[in-house]
Design a protein around this ligand. Structure first.
Ligand code: ZN
Length: 126
């Protein structure tokens, strides 16, 4: 199930940007909030005046967890605060999952998984 703000056009616009290597987010022109995940109405003030922006792709790890599954290297699940002021769930690559640190600087990249573009982050090599 999808919420009313997450179906249809905004999610498709986001994916189209992602497919071309861009991390798009929305900004509310009424209250200046950065909005993510893409939606129809601003979650802060309810305005429909959301405009698309492109993130520079730099962020800081806000929270991190290593997820263990059988026969695979553990994967990180992280919340990243992007410099533009929005937060997204993703994963960090290039650093072992247990070594991803809160506060680490990470850079956005796109992966294709099953033909779908996915936003991931690359940590600094140590
Ligand atoms: Zn707003």
């Amino acid at each position: 199930m999808r919420g009313p703000g997450e179906s249809g056009a905004p999610a498709a616009v986001y994916r189209d940007h992602l497919r071309q290597g861009r991390l798009a987010y929305q900004r509310c022109t009424d209250c200046s909030s950065a909005v993510f995940y893409p939606r129809v109405l601003c979650p802060v003030c309810g305005s429909g005046a959301l405009e698309w922006r492109e993130s520079a792709g730099w962020g800081t790890v806000y929270a991190t967890t290593a997820v263990h599954s059988r026969n695979r290297e553990p994967r990180s699940v992280v919340l990243v605060d992007l410099d533009e002021g929005f937060r997204m769930m993703s994963r960090v690559e290039g650093v072992p999952a247990e070594e991803v640190e809160i506060g680490a600087r990470v850079r956005f990249e796109v992966r294709l998984e099953g033909g779908e573009p996915v936003a991931v982050f690359r940590g600094e090599e140590r």
